[in-house]
Ligand binder design. Structure first.
Ligand code: ASP
Length: 428
């Protein structure tokens, strides 16, 4: 195995392995806690691990690349600009990799933010705060409540708009949760990044600037996601928080509004609304705009995807473990194998409401068309109309946080609180 004792973390190296040559900065071991690999950060920003057994030669190109001094600019308040508060929760958007230590840092004081993205100062008086620093796959329902409380506190203190920087993986769930928990007269805009800011192709700065633009300029409230609208930097889309989904694992324009049209877009620093979209009409027309926080959630709710061959064990287990509600992502118009009907009836008899969404994502659930659907309706399974599965799941948590009365649960689930159920849309 090739020895690394002549090289230090931070050294730029050329490494020749059996099949290829790599150039990059040596990262600390903790990156890939495995003795058999060394990790380098390549110019593209990607870290790669190279098996030490495979290394034939290592050449030093430059020793200890020094960490660039990050010069802090002082934020200068401007009375004529709106006040926005940027709240960081972690994820790729919040990460700035220190090339020397390999550690991930977040820069979220106002001074750090405007130093890193100076355009923010043109848009608003910015303040920044880190709520926590988690990749979004590690975010739990309790974290949604913490984020909602902080947003509420910032709006109470006078923020004209809020930006939440969030990991992209579960952004849709958090956006839906905040949509139900907050009634907000000012825009709450969630954004993130698919590529970290140390990569040439990063979308972090543009997403942050466009999200800040919506937070500062939009005159109606609600919870929205603002992310790249296409793979270049030309515009970002404003998605309703309850109808947005990450549809690609890596593209910069991974987020799409599903079963509706976006509220609008941000282009060249301007917000342009799609005035014919139901989403725009819903949010711009909402009357009851006073600030309210309603953060009660029942956490024992399950979202399960039906799969061919699924047997009743999964549902039986949920009943035995006292789950309070189930959302099933069924097939097509809202079906599961008829073999599951008995166990679903047992769940409903045990006062566990069962809701149906569709794996097709687009279109509405309609259980009246096929015999299986009608049987499911007969035992009391309830259609989620055109709600995204993630949204229906989060909404059921929120609804069950308020009532366990079956009729009330049904009624609340079928009430459109935050743009989650479209009437007939212009894209049906
Ligand atoms: N896994 C990361 C997260 O969701 C990805 C990202 O931030 O984009 O936090």
């Amino acid at each position: 195995m090739k020895s690394l004792k002549n090289f230090k973390t931070g050294d730029k190296l050329k490494i020749d392995s059996e099949d290829k040559g790599y150039t990059g900065i040596l990262m600390p071991r903790s990156e890939l806690a495995d003795e058999k690999f060394i990790v380098i950060k390549m110019d593209s920003g990607y870290n790669i691990g190279i098996e030490r057994e495979q290394i034939k030669n290592i050449t030093l190109i430059k020793s200890e690349i020094k960490k660039e001094e990050f010069k802090l600019k002082k934020a200068v308040p401007d009375e004529n600009k709106p006040k926005i508060s940027i709240l960081a929760t972690g994820g790729t958007i919040a990460s700035r990799i220190d090339y020397i230590t390999g550690g991930v840092h977040s820069a979220f004081s106002a001074d750090e933010l405007i130093s890193a993205v100076p355009e923010l100062e043109e848009i608003a008086n910015v303040s920044g705060r880190q709520i926590f620093n988690k990749f979004s796959e590690n975010i739990n329902p309790g974290d949604w409540i913490e984020i909602a409380r902080e947003i509420y506190a910032q709006i109470k203190k006078g923020a004209d708009g809020i930006v939440v920087a969030h990991g992209t993986d579960t952004m849709g769930y958090s956006a839906a949760a905040l949509s139900f928990m907050l009634n907000t007269p000012v825009p709450v805009v969630i954004t993130g990044a698919q590529r970290s800011s140390d990569r040439g192709s990063s979308d972090a700065a543009v997403n942050l600037i466009d999200a800040a633009t919506v937070a500062a300029k939009q005159i109606f409230g609600g919870v929205f996601v603002v992310m790249h609208g296409e793979s270049s930097d030309s515009f970002s889309l404003i998605h309703p928080g309850t109808k947005v989904k990450k549809l690609h694992s890596s593209r910069r324009d991974a987020f799409k509004t599903v079963n509706a049209l976006p509220v609008g877009k941000v282009e060249n620093g301007r917000v342009v609304y799609f005035k014919n979209s139901n989403s725009y009409k819903f949010f711009s027309g909402q009357k009851n705009k006073e600030l309210k926080l309603d953060a009660k959630l029942e956490k024992k709710v399950a979202l399960i995807k039906y799969f061919p061959g699924m047997n009743e064990d999964i549902i039986k287990n949920l009943i035995d473990r006292n789950y309070r509600g189930i959302v099933i992502e069924g097939t097509g118009l809202g079906h599961v194998n008829e073999n599951l009907i008995d166990i679903l009836r047992t769940a409903i008899d045990a006062k566990i409401p069962v809701f149906m969404t569709s794996q097709t994502m687009h279109g509405r659930v309609n259980m009246r068309v096929y015999a299986t659907g009608r049987k499911l309706l007969n035992i009391g399974v309830i259609s989620c109309e055109d709600m995204l599965s993630e949204t229906a799941f989060v909404k059921l948590m929120w609804v069950l946080g308020h009532t366990r009365n079956h009729e009330k649960v049904r009624e609340m689930m079928l009430t459109n609180y935050a743009g989650e159920i479209s009437g007939k849309t212009n894209i049906d």
